[in-house]
Design a protein around this ligand. Sequence first.
Ligand code: CAA
Length: 333
Amino acid sequence: MPEEYGGAEMDTLAYALVMEEISKADASHGTIVSVNNSLYGKGLTLFGTPAQKEAWLTPVASGAQIGAYSLTEPMSGSDAGNMASRAVLNSAGTHYVINGRKSWVTSAPYADRIILFTMTSPEKGHNGITAFLVETNQPGFARGKTEPKLGIRASATSEIIFDNYECPVENMLGKLGEGFKIAMTILDAGRIGIAAQALGIADAALEASIAYAKEREAFGQKIGQFQMIQQKLADMKCRVEASRLLVYHAAVEASLAKKSGARITLPASMAKLYASETAMYVTTEAIQIHGGMGYSKEMPLERYFRDAKITQIYEGTSEIQRMVIARQLTGLK
Ligand code: CAA
């Protein structure tokens, strides 16, 4: 986030390194940092007016408040453009009245501010979606149940419900009907953060596996001396390093794009796809190397495995990343 509004204004590579290191220790905290910075913070930095940045970015950049991002609905996840929630301008032209449910909103149980995407002109499809800045302490806003999740359990996720929530017109982010493109542009940046998170989880599982292979003995030798364990470690290392190169490359492309304005869709999706698939592969093999101990909650391996799974799902599933990559390559839809 910009220094002018209290942020550190580090570049995307620095951000990716931070996400990787935090996620190596605890992916849940990586998720909180990611949504706050790359979805909420980046969204305001790219699309907010100076007045919106002053009011909506400053308290989040300082850490006093937490920001979130809400695109998904109960009946639309991957097909993000297909929304049932609505925002209707009131007769005085002063407020949009918002109704509907949004789901899977990371940090929603404690977020103070949210970038919300909702339909203002349903007949226009994608071009009928608009972004708004909403405050969670206002009438008409409520939280649903907190999701009981497989992994990233220290990060809270819930539905949010709008019941005649009145959003002042000045809290529109970007222009009327530009919401879908804003959502996608923000996700391009966000996906680099999730890719870095996946890299951190994979690296933690690899490090633990190397240490265990050097220490655990079976049949009179260290298990790291068995070819089957050596093959696993070698393949895990190669995939981790390949992920690292894709993640850092995407981060550098994002920094360059700050000046050129180029889209970073392709490198971001490649990094997200490869790093998240790698995290699942490496954490699965890491449990196998650890045997029964890997399956036990006494060691962090089962947590790495559970945390890795979400990186293949949120901010665009692996299937969606493949679709995005192929469309970028061919220009076909
Ligand atoms: N940047 C800028 N514009 C983009 C864009 C991008 N990355 N991607 C698409 N657009 C534009 C297109 O150019 C097109 O514009 P025109 O109409 O002017 O041609 C418009 O947006 C519509 O694009 P598509 O026709 O490609 O849209 P689509 O319906 O086929 O969907 C999709 C494309 C890639 C599948 C998209 O819907 C998608 O990314 N889905 C996954 C959503 C997702 O990641 N959800 C996770 C939400 S966040 C989360 O997980 C929770 C959390 O709290 C962390």
